[in-house]
Design a binder for this molecule. Structure first.
Ligand SMILES: Nc1ncnc2c1ncn2[C@@H]1O[C@H](COP(=O)(O)OP(=O)(O)O)[C@@H](O)[C@H]1O
Ligand SMILES: [Mg+2]
Length: 850
């Protein structure tokens, strides 16, 4: 029975207004929420009809919960509307060994962003041709991939002609804690990128309208209206089910338009659940059987497995399906062949929950086998097949498919889905009978869980998972692999010693001829030392890596090794050697057209040129890198470029331009959710204001960088924020606060173990002490700072520190010493063309007595 659309003028009007805005290029995202059955789906369906009439392209996606399949329904939806999204390149290591290699582990954040950006571009392209309405129903069941895209879209939608309407039942936000769904919705709301329309229940007058249509009369007895309104509270789904029940019980006289019995006497279950059970219980046996088979297969299902599960001849089955459709239990899925779904989730849930446990087990097992036969070779079915086998207690197969589903999700960079599939497997792992199989699966699952968590920056979880994987390793090769992987979260956490120990251990256990692996380990060792600020050691390892790679004919690896070595020399301040190795990497990468690597190399070369004062060349290379990053959709690379360009302008004292680029960087980082980059840019922006002696905004930006750093547990940039906040407070005369921050900076730096950070923290402390008139102690800290900087050989830091020391002596009245240090600093900054610092040095020099 078609029930006409009742009420909801306000809600629809609001959506139409948003649509008008979207048409003019200002897209919006809306959440339509409310309790189950209140009419969310109906509203967006009606709205989509209007949008279609107005010439919009309407994309309607429904989320189902048949196991997590990355980027469904997005993929299906997009496939249907514009042909398949081009297949992204599967990382090499994955294609070869189905295991994430170390290089991929480092690049996944980029890959993930790239994937999201690819979808975004498709949407942008579409919306240029025609305004787009993208409706996503029941997003609480969306896979994590779709959710991360939704988050991404919310940040970008305001500049395209698209209206995105998303529904979910309010109760899912309340009951489910930190699920990817709830987190996504919360984050989008925190960023204020979506509005929410809360749908409320019907009033009495709307209930009357429904009754009139369903009972076919304008004269619905008032008593009946009241009774139904009271019972249902005006929930449309409930109202309709109750009226159906009245019709099926035949207690309403359709001719006389009145009840055949007093309203109090109508037998009526008091919950939706009971109503559904009652309706189902009246069906004949075969129909019930089919309905149960449907419920086993899920909210949405295909005809073929249903046929196998129902065990009826085809004619009978088709008749029953038609009948179920007519009764409003199920419906055909639009645009998909031979697919059906339950019209209402409560119906599905009641039917499923009423199946006995042994029956569920039996039928799920059968469903698993059937789906395996039909779709065993299609990766996107693996999660679902795994779920059926696990519920059917065929654990070995269930675990196998869950692992495959995890691999598939990982290959598409949807870590949350990978994790949830792997956890399904973990949950039943202990029940496997075969010991050796249990060990083998456990190793694979935990190794992958480590990878996923590492990529998600959940370093503690990653380490825990890798430790488990280590427990289940059976040979040296496995152990070595895990140790290498485990070093990476340790490095990220700043546990450099732990990381180095793991890598050295791994190095001691590989075979002589495993060149590629050896080079990987050496590069990771170098990387760890580089992050630690121990550049000499880093270079030693990079050199060894180069040597090993050059004995092979793997040019990509040779280029990587040279790139790292060059970067190491740059950290050390050895510009010539840095140039030599980066040039080598450049020529190989250009020749082989390794775009991503090439962009990195251009970027580093540009920094080199900028360091040596060749600003024009620097900008030229930055532009080259920018172009490449844009070409391959590598937005995190673009962030780095903006940051670096800003650095150049900052150095030249062109603060306005620098601020513009840092701001661009911050915006882009936010857009793609690249936190570390956002922190860096925010810190840098703050430091510009600090240099301009504009302390208020400087403090604000440092504070927000600090907050972000703490949120993600990023310690390296934490020191920078803490140290500078300390300095600013000291300059504002708030010495007590300043000391607190300086002390925390010292502690944090020590924890991280980076020489450079320790130097920064010490020099911040020096500055605080100087400003509080504590010259002796200030001198001590500055000397410590200088020692740290000398160890890292960072020339700029060394000379800034000398300037600070000069300033200290000036305040102290030790003019000769002051002059000596300030002169050194002046010479350096003059040579560097760093006009901002130069001005500062000269100002201090002019204060000296003639
Ligand atoms: N405004 C309305 N007018 C008429 N029928 C409605 C209206 N809102 C909801 N319904 C009907 O109520 C039932 C439940 O609505 P639905 O949109 O599926 O709820 P939800 O998506 O919120 O769970 C459906 O049969 C739907 O057609
Ligand atoms: Mg709905």
């Amino acid at each position: 029975m078609e029930i006409p659309f009742v009420d909801r003028q306000n809600e629809v009007a609001e959506l139409c207004e948003a649509l008008a805005s979207a048409k003019s290029g200002k897209g919006k995202m809306y959440f339509v929420t409310g309790e189950i059955g209140v009419g969310k789906t109906r509203i967006i369906e009606e709205f989509c009809k209007i949008a279609k009439q107005e010439g919009c392209l309407v994309i309607f996606g429904r989320c189902i919960d048949s196991g997590a399949v990355p980027f469904l329904p997005l993929n299906e939806v997009l496939e249907r509307y514009m042909g398949e999204i081009e297949e992204q390149h599967i990382p090499l290591g994955l294609a070869v060994s189905r295991e994430f290699q170390y290089e991929q582990l480092r690049n996944t954040e980029r890959e993930r962003t790239r994937m999201l950006e690819r979808y975004m571009r498709k949407f942008e392209e579409m919306s240029v041709q025609q305004p787009v309405v993208f409706a996503l129903d029941d997003v609480q069941w969306a896979d994590a991939g779709t959710l991360s895209f939704l988050h991404y879209l919310s940040r970008n939608i305001s500049t395209i002609s698209m209206l995105c309407v998303v529904t979910y039942p309010t109760e899912y936000m309340k009951t489910e804690g930190a699920t990817p769904f709830a987190t996504t919705i919360r984050n989008i709301n925190i960023e204020r990128n979506a509005r929410t329309i809360e749908i409320s229940r019907f009033g009495v007058e709307h209930v009357v309208q429904i009754l009139r249509v369903m009972l076919g009369t304008d004269r619905v007895p008032e008593k009946l209206v009241k009774n139904i309104y009271q019972r249902t509270g005006g929930n449309p789904f409930y109202v309709i089910e109750v009226v159906r029940e009245i019709l099926e019980q035949d207690v309403f006289d359709l001719e006389k338009h009145e009840l055949k019995v007093p309203v109090e006497e109508i037998q009526m279950p008091d919950t939706i659940k009971n109503i559904v059970s009652m309706r189902v219980s009246r069906l004949d046996e075969n129909t019930k059987k089919v309905l149960r088979a449907c419920a086993i297969l899920g909210r949405e299902f295909e005809y073929a497995p249903l046929k196998a599960l129902a065990e009826l001849d085809e004619d009978t089955l088709l008749d029953i399906l038609d009948n179920l459709i007519a009764m409003g239990f199920i419906e055909e899925v639009e645009g998909a062949e031979e697919r059906y779904r339950f019209v209402h989730n409560p119906v599905y849930e009641v039917i499923y929950s009423e199946l006995s446990i042994p029956r569920k087990r039996l039928m799920h097992g059968k469903a698993g086998r059937e789906l395996e036969r039909l779709h065993g070779n299609e990766e996107r079915y693996h999660a679902e097949i795994g779920t059926h086998y696990i519920r059917g207690r065929e654990l070995e197969k269930g675990i196998k498919y869950k692992i495959r589903a995890g691999e598939y999700a990982l290959s598409r960079y949807i870590m949350e889905d990978a994790i949830s599939n792997l956890q399904d497997a973990v949950a039943v792992l202990g029940e496997l009978k075969d010991e050796s199989m249990k060990v083998e699966y456990a190793y694979r699952i935990y190794a992958m869980l480590g990878d996923c968590n590492y990529i998600l920056s959940n370093y503690d979880e990653a380490i825990m998972a890798y430790e488990k994987a280590l427990d289940f390793s059976v040979d040296e090769t496995q152990k070595t692999r895990i140790k290498i992987k485990m070093s990476m979260p340790h490095t990220k956490k700043g546990n450099f010693t732990e990381s180095v120990n793991l890598l050295l251990d791994a190095l001691g256990h590989i075979k002589e001829d495993e060149f590629a692996l050896k080079a990987d380990i050496l590069i990771l060792l170098g990387w760890t030392y580089e992050l630690k600020g121990a550049f000499l050691r880093a270079i030693e390892y990079y050199k060894q890596a180069v040597e090993i790679c050059e004995n092979t004919d793997d040019e990509a690896a040779i280029a990587t090794a040279h790139h790292r070595l060059g970067t190491g020399f740059w950290c050390l301040g050895d510009i010539n050697k840095a140039m030599k190795h980066l040039e080598k990497a450049r020529s190989i990468r250009e020749k082989r057209n390794i775009k991503e690597g090439l962009a990195d190399t251009y970027n580093n070369l540009a920094i080199l040129y900028s360091d040596t004062g060749n600003i024009e060349k620097a900008i030229e290379y930055f532009r080259k890198a920018e172009k490449l990053y844009a070409e391959i959709g590598e937005l995190s690379g673009l962030c780095a470029i903006y940051n670096n360009i800003a650095d150049i302008y900052a150095l030249k004292g062109q603060y306005e331009t620098a601020i513009a680029f840092y701001t661009k960087d911050i915006e882009l980082s936010r857009r793609i959710g690249y936190k570390t980059s956002e922190i860096l840019a925010t810190n840098n922006l703050a430091s510009i204001y600090q240099e301009m002696e504009n302390l208020e905004p400087a403090l604000t930006h440092y504070a927000s960088a600090l907050k972000l750093s703490r949120e993600i547990g990023e310690k390296r940039m934490l020191t920078m924020a803490l140290a500078n906040i300390a300095i600013i407070y000291a300059e504002l005369g708030e010495i007590k606060k300043a000391l607190e921050f300086a002390n925390e900076a010292l502690e944090t730096a020590k924890e991280v173990g980076s020489k450079e950070d320790e130097g920064d923290a010490c020099s911040a402390m020096g500055r605080v002490l100087l400003l509080s008139g504590n010259f002796n102690e200030a001198e001590m800290y500055y000397e410590k700072a200088l020692d740290f900087y000398l160890e890292t050989q960072r020339v700029e830091r060394i000379n800034t520190c000398k300037f600070d020391i000069g300033r200290l002596y000036l305040a102290w009245g030790k003019f000769d010493e002051a002059r000596e240090f300030l002169e050194i600093a002046r010479e350096f900054f003059e040579k560097m063309g760093s006009s901002g610092m130069l001005k500062k040095v000269e100002r201090e020099l002019s204060k000296l007595p003639k």
